[in-house]
Design a protein around this ligand. Structure first.
Ligand code: SF4
Ligand code: SF4
Length: 113
């Protein structure tokens, strides 16, 4: 079993964290996927949070790219690197540990069995 197999698909990371970091490569990839120019993607979907670039959130706190009905990522095929590797570089908080089995696994609080 790999760490990835432990994701329970609860969507907590996409619906509640509101801090998905993106880099220039992520923005370019999203632009190609959505057939939008880099600057248009940045303007529409990205903000600077004072530290770095992150995806915007919806009014309910979910990531701008989360479909609230299906709970699926609208850009899954080209989701940012931080999403692909989550929660490796995420801030591990108590609420994340409570919700996310993967976070517990990388924190050695879950053996994966
Ligand atoms: S919070 Fe953790 S377990 Fe839930 S969908 Fe995200 S990565 Fe998977
Ligand atoms: S881009 Fe997709 S995978 Fe990443 S946080 Fe948003 S909805 Fe989740």
């Amino acid at each position: 079993m790999t760490g990835g197999d432990l994701c329970e698909g609860c969507d907590f990371c996409c619906s509640s964290l509101g801090v998905c970091p993106v880099n220039e490569n992520d923005i370019s990839k999203i632009g190609r996927f959505l057939h939008k120019k880099y600057d248009a993607v940045k303007e529409e979907f990205v903000i600077f949070d004072g530290v770095g670039l992150i995806l915007k959130s919806q009014s309910n706190g979910a990531c701008v790219f989360l479909n609230n009905l299906t709970k699926k990522c609208l850009i899954y095929a080209c989701r940012p690197q931080a999403c692909q590797t989550f929660p490796e570089k995420a801030k591990i908080t108590f609420s994340l540990l409570k919700k996310c089995r993967l976070a517990r696994y990388i924190s050695n609080l879950d053996t994966g069995e």
